[in-house]
Design a protein. Structure first.
Length: 442
């Protein structure tokens, strides 16, 4: 449970912050000014002894909780055997076993293969390379409000200018964007479901006015847009884009980096939409915090690159692979998919009660335990309230709750609670959030 025993940040965190400011580049941003000492399950303890309920989960990395015993034990056992022989030099069983497991649990009744890297951005980079190699086309299409990473290619595919793109151009060529199904702020000023899915229909115009369909290698879509504001699209949107891809020989890439591994109540969020992607990118909660990412897809597509054309020295590190195998086992064994759905229902219920008191909550969006609220100055004009969002994040961590902001306008509070959070911890976290609203919201 939450317990604040000093000011936040406490004296030890303040001293460490001075060192951080002196020796660490200012580019890596920080949500809170605290320094962590230890963490377990859904609770973080800082160096000053303050305890926080974690609604951030390492930005979606800790779906199975901080330091799950099964993962810790597996990593300890593996580190005594070998740490890093490099798969490209000396192969090892955990890499193969994990690829086999991903072939079993990812959607699609067809032969699949995988390759491993270290981060979500690396997974997206490799998915783009594989798609281009297979289709012999160059164009890559992403969505407005998308976030795919900070490397050159993934930054180019990302749709939030500040802080991710401003001043870092020129961007990677042959990358294009189409409107997302952001129904709360529809780009076509329409209302779902009467809209007729203009955002899907727009693809025909895009192929005519911007880039020919026969030159597009892939369209990459987050089934739930994460950094973009936890935007949950209508089922018809995802299915419509997939149909367009099939009609034109374009590969469909599902970016599951934030939404995968039980976050939405399914192992992969794309399963909610009854769509089988050609390629899936994943990372974050794949290995409970160990650096690991993967691209899994149709075997013939994954085999398009020749030996040596994809990979990397640290990709599929054995410590990360054994961690990932334990993560998947824990999700299945402990029924965390059902728990995700329960968490989402409990959170949405409380948030709707808050919305009745605080009109600043303009929209509540959720799929399983991937929950976000969009904050506005006026529910009629929907003017974004970025200032209030920042105040709420600060008030939360000062009172024992870690929460994150998101959204292209910086006005969304997103919640990524560990799926092992207890009901009591969840309720206390929501109580702290409601107190923050009482302090700062109209």
């Amino acid at each position: 449970m939450a317990k604040i025993v000093t000011e936040v940040p406490g004296p030890k965190s303040q001293e460490l912050m001075k060192l951080r400011q002196k020796y660490v580049s200012r580019g890596p941003g920080n949500v809170t000014p605290i320094f962590i000492e230890k963490a377990k399950g859904a609770v973080i303890t800082d160096v000053d002894g303050n305890e926080y309920i974690d609604f951030a989960g390492g930005i979606g990395v800790i779906n199975v909780g901080h330091c799950p015993d099964e993962v810790v034990s597996a990593v300890k056992e593996q580190v005594e055997k070998y740490i890093h022989p490099c798969f490209h030099v000396n192969m090892y069983e955990p890499y193969i076993k994990l690829a086999q497991k991903l072939a079993e649990i990812t959607p699609g009744d067809f032969a699949k293969k995988s390759m491993f890297a270290n981060s979500g951005a690396e997974a997206v980079e490799n998915a783009v390379k594989i798609a281009r190699k297979y289709t012999k086309r160059m164009g890559i299409v992403s969505l407005e409000c998308a976030f795919h990473g900070r490397t050159l290619m993934t930054m180019s595919l990302t749709s939030k200018v500040k802080p991710y793109k401003f001043g870092f151009g020129p961007y990677a060529p042959e990358t294009y964007k189409i409107p997302s199904a952001y129904c709360y702020r529809c780009a076509f000023n329409s209302t779902y479901p009467e809209c007729g899915m203009h955002c899907v229909e727009h693809l025909d115009r895009f192929f005519t006015t911007e880039y020919p369909a026969e030159d597009i290698a892939a369209i990459i879509v987050e089934p739930v847009q994460g950094e973009g504001g936890f935007i949950v699209p209508p089922k018809e949107f995802i299915q419509g884009v997939k149909k367009v891809c099939e009609e034109h020989g374009i590969l469909y890439i599902s970016d599951e980096v934030q939404a995968g591994f039980g976050r939405t109540g399914k192992m992969f969020a794309i399963e909610h939409f009854d769509v089988e992607p050609d390629l899936i990118t994943m990372s974050k909660s794949l290995a409970a915090g160990m650096p690991l990412s993967a691209v899994t897809g149709k075997a013939e597509i994954m085999d398009a690159p020749s030996p040596g054309e994809i990979g990397g020295t640290f990709g599929g590190n054995p410590l990360s692979c054994v961690a990932a195998l334990e993560v998947i086992n824990k999700i299945e064994k402990d029924n965390l998919l059902e728990r995700s759905r329960q968490i989402g229902e409990q959170m949405v219920g409380r948030l709707k009660e808050m919305q009745e008191k605080y009109p600043a909550i303009g929209d509540i969006r959720a799929l399983g335990a991937m929950v976000g609220i969009e904050l506005v100055k006026d529910p009629k004009t929907k003017e974004p309230d970025k200032e209030l969002t920042g105040k709420l994040v600060k008030a939360c961590y000062e009172n024992g709750l870690i929460a994150l902001s998101a959204g292209v306008f910086g006005n969304v509070l997103r919640f990524l609670t560990p799926l092992v959070i207890t009901d009591d911890q969840l309720e206390e976290g929501l109580d702290i959030l409601e107190k923050a609203f009482a302090m700062h919201a109209r």
